[in-house]
Design a protein around this ligand. Structure first.
Ligand SMILES: C[S@@+](CC[C@H](N)C(=O)[O-])C[C@H]1O[C@@H](n2cnc3c(N)ncnc32)[C@H](O)[C@@H]1O
Length: 236
């Protein structure tokens, strides 16, 4: 069983999520530009899985550029999914999107997705093995299919982490959260999230049947990786 998601993805949070993220738009723009470049070689009618799709930012960004791609978004928060569904409808793309309420293990294993994205989700899963999330994503992908992951990562006890936290606090101030104390923010992160060292996540991904992950993105504590599913060994 995967743990709860800290009850933070409620109605109020869901309604404010995009506006808050928008104030840090340059970071998101960079991440999504690079993801779009990573996925550039997918087939014209690619099938994309978005785990923890939230309010659907990743679907909307990709759907605009790729009019024939189809999307499946999975998320345990009905409130986040409600906002997502409204946005997909408004953008006129809901006919090529399927939303599933629940965690990834709710979805029948298809093995035919061309890419699987999991953006800003894994740090909410309070288990150092992420309860097999990357194994599940590998099962949903075709051989050669592309994994794209972004999560908050870092070695919380290292001096470098505190330096990052100082800027992290300033970044949240810029995003309109008022004065933030880095030490207090660090304590909150440690209480609510499970941050893994980047190398730990890389090992989890590689162990789940992917090529060695490429760390294609870092903005302070937000790290992004991409890898491709390798062919399962014969007889497996
Ligand atoms: C910070 S939001 C990210 C949403 C979207 N991917 C984005 O980049 O804007 C995190 C999302 O992960 C979802 N989530 C939390 N735990 C999850 C889990 N174990 N499996 C799948 N999704 C999960 C939450 O409900 C929430 O919608």
């Amino acid at each position: 069983m995967i743990n709860n998601t800290n009850d933070i993805f409620n109605s109020e949070f869901s309604r404010n999520y995009d506006a808050y993220n928008g104030r840090l738009g340059e970071i998101g723009d960079n991440l999504h530009l690079l993801i779009s470049l990573l996925l550039n070689d997918l087939p014209q009618q690619a099938n994309i899985l978005c785990v923890g799709v939230g309010t659907g930012t990743e679907i909307l960004r990709l759907a605009q550029r790729h009019p024939e791609w189809r999307f499946t978004g999975v998320d345990p928060s009905p409130d986040m999914l409600a906002v997502c569904a409204e946005k997909l409808e408004k953008a006129g793309i809901s006919s090529r999107c399927q939303l599933v309420e629940g965690r990834l293990d709710r979805l029948p294993v298809s093995g035919d997705f061309d890419a699987a994205l999991c953006l800003l989700v894994a740090h909410f899963i309070l288990d150092a093995e992420r309860y097999g999330l990357y194994d599940q994503m590998a099962s949903q992908l075709r051989t050669g299919g592309r994994l794209v992951v972004a999560e908050i990562a870092g070695e919380i006890d290292s001096p470098a982490f505190d330096e990052h936290m100082a800027i992290w606090a300033r970044m949240h101030e810029v995003a309109g959260q008022g004065t933030r104390d880095p030490a207090e923010m660090k304590a909150q992160l440690a209480e609510r999230l499970l941050l893994l060292a980047p190398e730990h996540t890389e090992a989890l991904i590689a162990r789940s049947g992917f090529t060695p992950p490429l760390r294609f993105f870092q903005s302070l504590l937000i790290h992004g990786w991409s890898a491709c599913k390798i062919a399962p060994a014969a007889g497996v």
